[in-house]
Ligand binder design. Structure first.
Ligand code: ADP
Length: 494
């Protein structure tokens, strides 16, 4: 397969020229303290899209001071005012859906249609938390002995550091920024180095929506450890929220221990996708396709291991391979593209290593299995069968368009295999038996379960994992609690 992608067009250059390139600190755009910048690439071609300011530890300290200074006023701002700013930002993002979608596709690679889907999903968090900002509850209770009154209130945790990944350059940010701002926390946001441009546009939108200076700073950097390390050690910071790999999350937890920071961690996954003999096979194939190829498989909720009961295993693998082999691969801006490039060379090469390792262990490539000839970082949509339990791909997050299919005989065996991982983010089950669906949903060690559904993400739902997939929940009623501390006031009996 050869993929010859279009280069950056005039139209795309015009939009890129309008994206702010500086650091956003204390309500204004400025150069990095040392004047440094770094480049952002188009993963479909390797072409340079733009340079953005490269924040250092000095900029981190300046942004943190702005967050500290703005914290008391922001916390005291009426919830309705905070809500209105988020609501205005929601409308602005929806109005500029085409700009946001194109910037996402340019820097991250996914097809434009999926980028539009991400923009709507991302905007939903602004809307949802604009609604939650005015619903922060307290409590009034009588003590069991009747001698006192127990009053509880929820107050913002304080200046929060938000670190986001490149796979959803907008949604993983609004999922953190919206609840933080709704709760009354000020924030410093560090986008991923592969995809800072989308975040720059969001900062512009929030600023235009009336966010007061200092409440939010945005610091792109090519040196995340150098920027974040000193911030975690700084007593002005009160919270860190992170989405990314388990390895980096574990390091951040160690760093966060210095100041006993509140932490929210959305880490890696190793989702099992279970298909039982009694499943609606058409729905299961479509669900697997969605759970595997949405976002090019570069998602922590992507189906990592597809486990199929022996009665339907061959037919399922054949149908999945047939559908996957028809997927159109190309630059995300080209009409009809269903699978864009992977984010960078390193990730693409990692996926090839995992496939090669599985094949060495006895797996068969049914379709795909290699990188097309191209300047970009494409990988063929791939199905492999006969993968051994000890293959690396069975235990590591693939983060690419590769579907390993396994076979099982009994429900218990499927559950055991599904849970045989250090991760626990999401798993999926396809069955028409309601009893089995509930048994399996209860038995899966995961923060989320999709039943006859290959997509669980929703701004109104609590997203998060157990085991090494993380701590805390984003979205839903739970999402804002991550940014609130409970205070208890004891009052003597009236
Ligand atoms: P992925 O595997 O999805 O690239 P990473 O965990 O490497 O995930 O990156 C997710 C986010 O964590 C990005 O914003 C990245 O810049 C940031 N990051 C990576 N390494 C560190 C680090 N040592 N300290 C702080 N942030 C980091």
């Amino acid at each position: 397969m050869t993929i010859d992608s279009a280069r950056v067009s005039e139209n795309e250059r015009t939009l890129l020229a309008r994206v702010p390139k500086g650091l956003f600190i204390a309500g204004e755009w400025r150069d990095a303290a040392g004047g440094a910048t770094f480049g952002v690439e188009d993963p479909a071609t390797g072409d340079l899209l733009a340079h953005v300011a490269d924040a250092s530890a000095a900029d981190g300290a300046t942004a943190l001071e702005a967050a500290r200074a703005a914290q008391p006023t922001w916390a005291a701002t009426p919830p309705r005012e905070r809500s209105d700013i988020l609501d205005r930002a929601y409308h602005a993002v929806v109005e500029r859906i085409e700009d946001f979608a194109l910037v996402i596709t340019l820097e991250m690679g996914k097809p434009l249609a999926e980028s539009r889907g991400e923009v709507r999903y991302a905007a939903d968090f602004l809307k949802w938390f604009s609604e939650q900002a005015v619903r922060i509850r307290g409590d009034y209770r009588v003590s069991p002995d009747g001698q006192s009154r127990l009053l509880t209130l929820r107050q913002p945790v304080g200046p929060s550091l938000l670190i986001s990944p490149w796979n959803f350059p907008l949604a993983m940010i609004t999922r953190k920024v919206a609840p933080a701002l709704a709760a009354g926390c000020t924030a410093v946001l560090k986008p991923a180095e592969d995809t800072p441009l989308t975040c720059q546009l969001l900062a512009e939108v929030l600023s235009d929506a009336g966010l007061p200076p200092g409440v939010l700073s945005v610091l792109p950097t090519s040196d995340p450890a150098g920027l974040v390390g000193p911030m975690l050690a700084d007593e002005r910071l009160r919270k860190v929220s992170f989405t990314g790999s388990t390895a980096v999350g574990q390091n951040l937890l160690i760093g966060a221990a210095q100041n006993v920071l509140r932490t929210s961690m959305e880490l890696g996954g190793n989702s099992a996708f279970l298909v039982f003999d009694d499943a609606d096979l058409d729905a299961a194939v479509e669900g697997a396709l969605l759970a595997k190829l949405r976002n090019g498989g570069e998602s922590c909720v992507a189906a990592n291991r597809i486990l199929v009961q022996s009665g339907v295993a061959d037919e399922f693998a054949e149908r999945l391979a047939d559908r996957i082999s028809q997927v159109k691969v190309g630059r995300g801006t080209e009409p009809g593209t269903q699978l864009g490039p992977m984010i960078n060379r390193e990730q693409r090469d990692r996926v090839q290593l995992l496939v090669d390792d599985a094949v060495r262990g006895g797996a068969t490539v049914v379709t795909g299995g290699s990188a097309p000839d191209s300047d970009g970082y494409f990988y063929e949509p791939t199905v492999i069968t006969g993968v051994s339990a000890s293959a690396r791909i069975t235990h590591e997050e693939v983060f690419g368009p590769v579907a390993p299919v396994y076979t099982f005989d009994h429900e218990n065996e499927a559950l055991r295999a599904a849970n045989d991982t250090r991760f626990g983010l999401v798993s999926y089950a396809y069955t028409r038996d309601i009893g089995r669906a509930l048994r399996v949903a209860e038995g899966l060690e995961a923060g989320m379960v999709g039943v006859n559904r290959g997509l669980v993400s929703n701004a109104a739902a609590p997203f998060g994992g157990v085991k090494q997939s993380g701590l805390g929940r984003e979205g839903g009623f739970e999402g804002i609690d991550e940014y609130l501390s409970v205070k208890y006031v004891a009052i003597d009996k009236p």
